[in-house]
Design a protein around this ligand. Sequence first.
Ligand code: DPP
Ligand code: ZN
Length: 872
Amino acid sequence: GQVFRLEDYRPSDYLIPQTRLTFRLARGATIVVAELTVERRPGTDAGAPLTLDGDGLKLKRLELDGVGNPTHEATPDKLVLTQLPESRSFRVLIETELDPDHNKALMGLYRSNGVYCTQCEPEGFRRITYFLDRPDILSVYQVRIEAPKPEAPLLLSNGNRVAGGDLENDWHFAEWHDPHPKPSYLFALVAGDLGCLRDSFTTMSGRKVELGIHVEHGKEKLAAYAMDALKRSMKWDEDVFGREYDLDVFNIVAVSDFNMGAMENKGLNIFNDKYVLADEATATDADFANIEAIIAHEYFHNWTGNRITCRDWFQLCLKEGLTVFRDHEFSADQRSRGVRRIAEVRTLRGLQFPEDQGPLAHPVRPRRYREINNFYTATVYEKGSEVVRMLRTILGAETFRASMDLYFERHDGQACTIEDFLKVFEDASGRDLSQFGLWYNQSGTPNLTVSPSYEAGILTLDIEQSVPPTPSESRKRAMHIPLAFALIGSSGEELDFSAAEGATVENGVIHVRKRSHKLRFHGVAERPVLSLNRGFSAPITVAMEQRPQDLIFLAGHDSDPFARWQAFNTLQTDALIAAYRLLLGGKEAKYQKDIAQLAGRIATDATLEPAYRALALTLPSETDIARDIGRDIDPDAIFSARSKLAAFIAAANREPFGKLYEELGSLEPFSPDAASAGRRALRNTVLGYLARIDGGADIAARHYNTATNMTDLIAGLGTLAHEHAASSQAGAALADFAARHASMPLALDKLYQIQSTAPGTQALETVRALMRHPAFHIDNPNRVRALLGAFSAGNQTGFHRADGAAYTFFADALLEIDSGNPQLSARLATAFRSWRSLEPVRQEKARQALVSIAAASSVSVDLRDIVERSLA
Ligand code: DPP
Ligand code: ZN
């Protein structure tokens, strides 16, 4: 396939300042008329052809300045007009015919549950009409939608509604005008019969904005939490970034077939219904938190993405990394900052570190791609957000805010690059950020090795920086790493120092810029315990020999919640890896009492937030452990080491855990707020331990049977199905859950997820059986992700069973999905990305599965790209 390269960017010869679209939505044949005002860019030769992008289009009519059939060449994927008028500007009319009912790729215009909707980012608009479908072509859109009124009483597009009325034969129309020039990927249309939850928001300058969330009839109440999150987001962006909303209406539509989480189309966000619909009976606390974050994320794009967009798709992180940073800050302000930070880091390590360590590694701003859809990655999003966070750490909160103000002022209405973005920070701060810019351009997770020594009031840190080689980048340059730190004294307080030499140290941050530093702190009163990378100030790994008693000390005394959590997590990880090695050597796993005692102390420490305690008691996941081991992975031994540690902690804390569980169980009216969710999280985490000791199946069954909300229901069900799979209680609960939620696909997804992640080789048969479940549809991305996504990414013993049977099954399933929805199959295929870190037998089986996909007769560009890069 064709490779696109950053260095090949050049501006388009033509611009499209005005776009007028008319849609006639009819079953089988939808007609789209696009009337484009095209302008030749100054400097472009008058003979230059106009080449428009298409994807599978059927051209019905073409006019140039009102005259039919001008000189052109058309294929489904391209329209080239030549012999264009001498005048600087001319009009092109293009009529295409679409079949939204048979669009299973869910890109362009399609129907979901009877509702017409669109998804255009990144390159879906070219499946609607021929266009300069690239983000640096900004156009003002006027959209007319005509549709049968009974079938589609609701007609929405971007911007403000300017006209509407009835037509013949029970049809009607609406016209929408979006005054803000925008790239085609932000175009949206919705037509259907939906219910609506309405509200309004008055902006900081006193303008009233009508808000609407459109959902299936009867589900309006389930949009209340999303609406509340939207209003809080609008207020927060005004308070924290000074950003005001800029249209009279803001609409959100929930659809049930959607490839992404949601889409930030100007004034008309389209959401996966999973991230809109919620109440206590249908959504878990994690769902509520995700809804809040994604509503905020898409809303925040209005300024970081829409008003200022990307010049080309290599710059995707310009809008995504920045907007993730903004939604992280929002959630931190709405919830508990410390707890959110730990959760963010767990996500980054769980998803982005393995990406950086494997064959799919790429810089936050990639330099080449074959399929841009495959770059909506944890690196672009999550690491991209960490890079923005580091900028704030380096420049300080005030300069950061001043820089953002300058960014909005300087670049509003433009399509920008990462260089534009960094230049703003350089100009506002007077600093040189050229070395910092490597974070955008160099892939791989940097590692710092830190060796401390203390003598006579002087603490010396030998710091070595390295960035491991990644595909197509074997030699790496030294990066600028802001390392937040504290020196902690024996009574838990931070120690002072009189001077530091060997690296810049300011405001609690060591600026590591060279491959090696010998850093000396003078005037340190006692040998300190080092707290490093506090708040996870840089997305790196740190290797430092630390005595277990120092880690135990930090886990009890570090005033930085992240560092405190990290200390206990490091103890757990070290113990798990040591046990794993013993198990591989045919010995028994052994654990020290300390770890169980510490778990008990943290669980019952009332000075700590319950949500924090729940996170601290959550053992590193099997994939976390595998990532830290790095090579020659035996997933069964990891599973065994982890189960044994959990049982060890449970056995040592039977009484305090039992008491805590009962205390936290006192009924209170449900509230989705973070503090209440934290108490449920702690109780459910403790349940996971109690379930591992005698009588555990009964406790979990009682938990399930007495649950009054989805969070607790799922905790009980998951615990039964995973810890006591063979028990009668597990069977009864699974059947009960399925029956109770038979008509609720989003709830059934939770069942699929629990069943497909039940540990052990038998999970494969369960997954096969669930694929035949009447409510399972291979065309629906949520169903597929809940069953096959969870199985492949979340079931280490089941997916990586030693005989390779799950790999073969999964490869076949990917090809089946690929025939309808390449984006979905390609995304799922990333489950193979760490195949080279497996032990040799599994490694070979995984390789064969990848090879079998590559050899299949028909594979999409998307899936082929992932498979070939994985094998390379
Ligand atoms: N809708 C996706 C997101 O907001 C892509 N822009 O991240
Ligand atoms: Zn986004």
